[in-house]
Design a protein around this ligand. Structure first.
Ligand SMILES: Nc1ncnc2c1ncn2[C@@H]1O[C@H](COP(=O)(O)OP(=O)(O)OP(=O)(O)O)[C@@H](O)[C@H]1O
Ligand SMILES: [Mg+2]
Length: 508
């Protein structure tokens, strides 16, 4: 007797279809699972046996063989437990209904309960794409799967409940579709609270408008962290596709909130500086996306940048260029997306006051050098916009003057973003920071005097090839905020000015 039940597996954040094939034949009682499964898959045998016993169901006294196809892709975890049980119950006659239009995902407990799993959203998306009508998932994951339109989602609590459903004795009600309109994205933070800092605010506005990486350097208490935390309040709202992308990452990481399964606000991740390398980049014995991927389509904020370990920081270099990160583990290679804005804040020296208008720096030259050099040249090169945030004076702090609110800044950001959306329609990119090398000449066209100025600056400042393209992209954004088709001299000059910190702080 042979049966095939549909299920899914996960590779990184991508789901793939798994056919759970089962054969029951005469012979010595045996239960084996083949098809490149890991330890958790092999242990499925014990969970299935025990769950059936606990549900007062019979395990056949026969040779039971399960094959998880395709057999050449490594499967990990317990995602196929439910499909194995359904196959078994179909072959023993407990389930008599045709379930070929359904997909089953879930882990079994020894007591016959269906336990929640990670990655249900990408699996539901795949199942819908492949034309399945129904997806049966653990009850706790049903709301998450209901984000996907066009497929019936059934949340299952126990094996017994599933049997009653197929018997027709007590059918499970399909999960109500997730209502995206019921989400509010208000924030308590606002740029109106930040006094002064007009240049820094303008720089942050450009960063938000073009999706550029930003570095803020300044003495303690000058407002760097305060500025960075308000960045999400001026970023554009997520599109539905971006929401789904991000939710997929959180789903695989097992971080979906049961009550609000769709991520609808741009991620702002702010890991502590003692974070480990796998926690930042992804990986671990059970591979999971790291902070850099949890910030996908959002902001990764590294406060106190030099306090992060050098190896951790250097590991960011390639993913920042590629927009994705690949981690190798014994279970295979996993690729996670990470199209992010990197925002960092730091003091210029260990005491914090080098360059301060208010206090004298007490660090020796050697100490300053060691500290600042924790940020390597190549990493610094990846910050498109680098600014000094110096102390705001008493008059400004105490003036009581209302500063421009985030909503007003955001409106300008949106105008520039809409221009970019139109320009980049069907190109696979969404903002100026993502302009590829091949697109640069066509999109970043300079006026003759802008070109001349840029040449002078390039030679005088000894800029790298990467700095060249990054300055052009920032200049493109500045021009966009002024609705200018060509990049003019003033745009280039402003963009170049955002790249001069290294001459002051990094050159001894
Ligand atoms: N420009 C400002 N307007 C209003 N409040 C400010 C400003 N700058 C600093 N503050 C106040 O000072 C506090 C400390 O600022 P913040 O934490 O941003 O400093 P920082 O530059 O990150 O310092 P550190 O280098 O020590 O991390 C803020 O929470 C805020 O109360
Ligand atoms: Mg700070």
């Amino acid at each position: 007797m042979f049966k095939k039940i549909n299920s899914c597996g996960l590779l990184g954040i991508n789901a793939f279809h798994v056919e759970t094939e089962m054969e029951i034949s005469k012979g010595l009682p045996e239960f084996s699972i083949i098809g490149l499964g890991d330890v958790a898959v092999k242990e499925s045998r014990e969970r299935v046996r025990s769950a059936l016993r606990s549900s007062s169901l019979r395990f056949p006294e026969a040779k039971v063989t399960v094959n998880l196809a395709p057999a050449d892709v490594k499967k990990s975890g317990s995602l196929c437990d439910l499909a194995i049980v359904v196959a078994l119950l179909s072959l023993t006659g407990e389930i008599c209904i045709d379930v070929s239009d359904s997909v089953f995902i879930g882990e079994l407990s020894l007591g016959g309960d269906i336990k929640p799993v990670s990655g249900v959203l990408p699996m539901a998306i795949l199942s819908k794409k492949e034309g399945y009508k129904n997806i049966y998932v653990p009850f706790e994951n049903a709301y998450e799967a209901s984000v996907v339109d066009g497929i019936n989602v059934y949340g299952v609590k126990t094996v017994r409940e599933l049997l009653s459903h197929f018997d027709g004795n007590c059918t499970i009600t399909p999960q109500k579709k997730y209502d995206i309109k019921s989400v509010s994205i208000e924030s308590e933070l606002d740029f109106a609270d930040v006094k002064g800092h007009s240049i820094a605010k303008r720089a942050i506005e450009y960063a938000a408008a073009g999706g550029h990486n930003l570095l803020m350097l300044g003495p303690p208490g000058s407002g760097k962290s305060m500025l960075a935390k308000r960045l999400p309040t001026i970023l554009p709202k997520l599109t539905f596709d971006e929401s789904i992308d991000i939710t997929g990452v959180y789903s695989v990481a097992g971080l979906i909130d049961k009550n609000s399964p769709l991520i609808t606000s741009r991620p702002f991740r702010s890991p502590h500086h003692n974070i480990s390398l796998p926690a930042l980049t992804g990986g671990g014995s059970i591979p999971r996306p790291g902070e850099i991927s949890l910030a996908h389509h959002g902001v990764l904020f590294l406060d106190e940048l030099p306090e992060f370990s050098r190896s951790t920081l250097e590991a960011l270099r390639q993913p920042l260029e590629d927009g994705e990160i690949t981690v190798s583990r014994t279970g295979g290679k996993f690729t996670y997306p990470c199209t992010i804005m990197l925002v960092a804040a730091m003091n210029p020296c260990p005491c914090g006051y080098f360059g301060s208008k208010k206090k004298v720096c007490s660090c020796t030259d050697a100490k300053k050098k060691t500290y600042i050099n924790r940020i390597s040249g190549p990493l610094l090169d990846r910050f498109d916009i680098q600014i000094e945030v110096s102390e705001v004076d008493y008059e400004k702090l105490s003036s009581g003057k209302k500063e421009e609110p985030s909503a007003a800044i955001r409106e300008r950001v949106m105008v520039a973003r809409e221009l970019q959306s139109k320009r980049y329609k069907n190109t696979g990119i969404s903002c100026n920071a993502e302009i590829t090398d091949g697109m640069l000449d066509e999109i970043c066209v300079m006026t003759p005097d802008a070109k001349e100025n840029f040449k002078d600056a390039f030679e005088t400042l000894g800029l790298s090839g990467r700095a060249f393209s990054r300055i052009l992209k920032v200049a493109r954004t500045i021009a966009d905020t002024e609705n200018s088709e060509l990049i003019e001299k003033k745009h280039i000059n402003r963009a170049v000015n955002f790249r001069t910190l290294d001459r002051k702080y990094w050159s001894n």
